[in-house]
Design a protein around this ligand. Structure first.
Ligand SMILES: CC(C)(COP(=O)(O)OP(=O)(O)OC[C@H]1O[C@@H](n2cnc3c(N)ncnc32)[C@H](O)[C@@H]1OP(=O)(O)O)[C@@H](O)C(=O)NCCC(=O)NCCS
Length: 159
């Protein structure tokens, strides 16, 4: 099936719609400042998917320097997927796969990231399946990571 959505970089004018999708799809919500700050620092890693001129999904990331998730020793530049969501009406069409792939590619080529990681609720099967399909592996469990006490998997992939 032909994709009917397209990807483009986030722009400030998209803030309302992106925060709306964030609140509709995830319990982890952020201030406007948080979104804008990440956009200003890592614009190539903040991507939206749109269909018929309307935003249907987004991904927001940051690039950090830290210890390798693969125990390689020393500090590495790592992409961190902070938030990703696709509106319910447009799921299972490959939107998330496309935006995660685009963001990780940009974190590698534009920001020099050697790995990419994220936290995901241990019960979030759609997201865990998505990341596994894209080559991420579970590195460890972070107990009580979320505000409601749920555990997270830390998942990572070499870029
Ligand atoms: C997780 C989420 C982003 C997936 O978005 P999506 O656009 O529907 O995902 P895609 O269509 O690109 O799916 C790609 C792959 O992910 C996996 N996947 C996606 N949804 C799935 C589901 N409901 N059940 C099982 N696997 C699923 C599949 O492997 C799928 O490939 P396939 O369709 O060839 O089987 C979406 O369900 C969502 O926004 N959820 C709420 C927010 C959220 O949980 N974000 C992640 C936080 S870490």
């Amino acid at each position: 099936m032909q994709n009917t959505f397209r990807l483009r970089g986030f722009q400030i004018e998209d803030l309302r719609r992106v925060t709306e999708i964030n609140r509709e799809c995830l319990p982890e919500n952020y201030t406007d400042f948080f979104f804008i700050d990440l956009f200003r620092r890592f614009p190539e890693a903040f991507i939206v998917a749109e269909e018929d001129g309307k935003i249907i999904g987004y991904i927001m990331c940051r690039v950090e320097v830290g210890l390798s998730n693969f125990g390689l020793g020393g500090l590495v530049r790592k992409g961190h997927i902070v938030s990703v969501a696709v509106v319910p009406e447009h799921r299972r069409k490959g939107v998330a796969e496309a935006i995660v792939e685009k963001a990780t590619e940009n974190m590698k080529t534009r920001y020099g990231a050697k790995q990419c990681y994220l936290e995901v609720r241990v019960t979030n099967e759609p997201a865990i399946s998505l990341y596994k399909k894209l080559g991420f592996e579970v590195i460890r469990t972070i107990n009580g990571y979320y505000a409601d006490g749920e555990d997270a998997y830390l998942m990572s992939k070499r870029l």
